[in-house]
Design a protein around this ligand. Sequence first.
Ligand SMILES: O=C(O)C1=C[C@@H](OP(=O)(O)O)[C@@H](O)[C@H](O)C1
Ligand SMILES: C=C(OP(=O)(O)O)C(=O)O
Length: 437
Amino acid sequence: MSDQPWSAPTADGPVRGTVSVPGSKSVTNRALVLAALGADGATRHVRGAARSRDTTLMTGALAALGATVGTAAGRAGTVDLAVTAPPTFHGGHVDCGLAGTVMRFVPPLAALADGPVVLDGDARARERPMGGIVAGLRGLGVEVTGEALPLTVAGGPHPPGGEVTVDASASSQFVSGLLLSGARYARGVTVAHAGERGVPSLPHVAMTVAMLRSAGVEVDDGRDRWHVAPGPVRAPVVLDVEPDLSGAAVYLAAAVVTGGEVTVAGWPDTDLQPGSTVRRVLEAFGARVELSGDGLTVRSPDRLDGVDVDLTEVSELTPTVAAIAAVAARDGARSRLRGVGHIRGHETDRLAALAAELGTVGARVTETEDGLVIDPAPLRAPTRTWQAYADHRMATAGAIVGLVVPGLAIDEVAATTKTLPDFADDWPALVTARVGA
Ligand SMILES: O=C(O)C1=C[C@@H](OP(=O)(O)O)[C@@H](O)[C@H](O)C1
Ligand SMILES: C=C(OP(=O)(O)O)C(=O)O
């Protein structure tokens, strides 16, 4: 990894082009878990996955517990992963890196192992919330040592399961994690949420439910209560991963902030990811959005509107939306982003990080309890290097701002490999191509 700051390319005109984005890490890491839980020992193929840090951490975790994982080159820079479930998971050490999906989805699966599983991760991962997983597992009869990473999950291999109430207001992944392995618990798993705030990022829980059902698992989903019946997990033998729409939003933002036009090829017509919400958020800035056989095309308006948006359901979009909002504020528009207090527990405290980094280019950003207010202010040359805080989405937010702020350099563009392994090459290629400009 280079320790030289990365010079973000500046757009000298409207950015125009077509991009392909790699498979969604959220879909991939669920598919990998379901494949590893397979009841019949068949090999499952997860196709079109990104070779990203988060997916690599998940395959590493499953292999550490005894699953067999093979990797082959897939279409357009993706990988096809072949996973075979072990007869019984065994104990071992799991590196969660900074991946929420690994640190929240693997402990419930580790309870099926016949020996203890120790989970740890990056320094920041030790600060990310784990309360719902730890309390949830204990309530389901699983012995867990520790309250956050590093954690030890005592082996089962036959956890009792049952009903548990957790506070999932810090992360929807608490619910998803407990549900994903729940069919393998003796009584199944019922998770209820009780907390001062609601469960954020609910479309990610819906993704979990949909993928469990496609693996033949019986799931009831009510308001703040989910039930997974005990039974075999039979994931489809081939699971195609759809493109990562949160990653796609970064490329679409390049059109929005430069008066350009960008198409993301292969925009899926399923509802696994909240694609329509991504579209609505970009439209709120005044962008025109069109879905055609070529993909999803976003065209910038002449002048950006400010937005007042509740991003609870799509909280991982916040850095991208904040970057666009800072550009809109340059042109006099005020924006307010709400409903995302919990992202202080994401890869970094994203509200503090966005306020600090956007501030280095002159943006007037105020943190609120649950979001950000971005007031009109001109953007100017950076006062220092943009800090990514090892957060992929802080790095991509810096790249978006860099399109219109010459001289912006990012301390660690390699953070983008968490979900977008080729970003550092693909982004300059898009910015400088200016197809048809
Ligand atoms: O389950 C998932 O794949 C995810 C759920 C969400 O987490 P939170 O509920 O913690 O926001 C989202 O922000 C994260 O990027 C991915
Ligand atoms: C919050 C995110 O990731 P994680 O899965 O690590 O929580 C994210 O990708 O924006």
